[in-house]
Ligand binder design. Structure first.
Ligand SMILES: [Fe+2]
Length: 151
């Protein structure tokens, strides 16, 4: 399945992430584990969307961030991940998919005791990400903005 400019809604992105996860035999051999931090590789990029695979050792996390206005979806392929938003968190297990719109802010983390692998789709391709912390009231505080050239 391909995602075109006309169907890059969250549902299409979720379907793309699910499809990539189901075809993990095509790309799983690329995955590495890095004790220094999350390992990631861009699997695909075109004008409409991009795909990243990420591995997570226990304790590795993104920190709170947005996606610079891009919508996205990610699927857990192996292990499990926790997605936190301010005030709430949910666990995603292998085979589960989470789609989100262009204003979504989350912290994705491996709080389990085993490695995890996930596949992420963003449309349009990521150009900027803003990083946040939580203040004492649980409100988001902007830390900094990163452009695509920085990662
Ligand atoms: Fe994210």
């Amino acid at each position: 399945m391909t995602v075109t400019a006309t169907d890059t809604g969250t549902r299409a992105l979720s379907a793309r992430a699910r499809s990539l996860a189901e075809d993990s035999a095509e790309w799983l051999h690329r995955v590495r584990l890095d004790p220094q931090g999350r390992w990631y590789e861009r699997l695909h990029a075109d004008a409409d969307h991009e795909v990243w695979i990420i591995s997570w050792l226990p304790g590795q996390s993104t920190g709170f961030h947005d996606h610079g206005g891009s919508a996205g979806a990610f699927a857990v392929v192996l292990g499990e991940l926790e997605e936190a938003v301010p005030g709430a968190a949910r666990t995603l297990e292998g085979g589960q998919v989470r789609g989100f719109g262009g204003h979504h802010v989350h912290d994705v983390r491996n709080v389990s005791g085993a490695p995890a692998v996930s596949v992420h789709v963003y449309a349009p391709p990521l150009s900027r990400m803003n990083r946040y912390d939580l203040d004492e009231n649980g409100e988001l505080v902007t830390l900094r903005s990163e452009s695509a050239e920085e990662w």
